[in-house]
Design a protein. Sequence first.
Length: 235
Amino acid sequence: NMVYALNARNLVIAEKEGLNVATPCSICFYNLARTDKALKEDENLRKRMRDIDSSLDYKGTISAKHTLDILVNEVGLDEIGKKIKKKVAVKVAPYYGCYLERPSEIGFDNPEMPDSMDKIVELAGGTPIPFKQMRIRCCGGPLMMTRGDLAFEMSKRVLEAAKKGGADCIITACPLCHMMLDAKQPDIEEFFNTTIGMPVLYFSQLLGLALGVEPKKLALNKNIVSTKEIEEKVI
């Protein structure tokens, strides 16, 4: 009930403004979209929410969407393509993670083989590697507080699969995945006494480079693993 109530509150606030909700976070999207669907379909749940707080009276007139969905399916690849100024000539491992497209009834792509970010990569002038076995695997982020060792192992598998597949970088659509694969990468290397050195970009950072946005404005200087080699391949 608490998860539903917290997300119902955000949906109600947006609904009062007459606005849909856009989020760049996979887990936020999962919780918002799941709550939106459940409240639209279950009168008993709507009543429980009103019992918790009378202000949680969601009418279901809006929706919650991930920014990747908005860019690909609403703005449209053709429209974005008109604004592309540069080519990011890199091989990319598109990593979707486990929340973005599951369950299928709230996702916006193929839950087993999503390709929305692949399309962004191609639009940016890059080449997506197949990455079939890992693109929807969990990064281990939800386990970080209780089983850090297992979380590191799960992220290491993703990083090594991308490296083995010949990727120059990984792109993500989830801040938690990005934290695990980028910010925690030095810790993973130390934990397993190995060297990985795999740049990890948020998908909008890669697209931003193709749109001609300066790396600093994309906060690439804030990424933990250096993205200099990626920036040098922008032509």
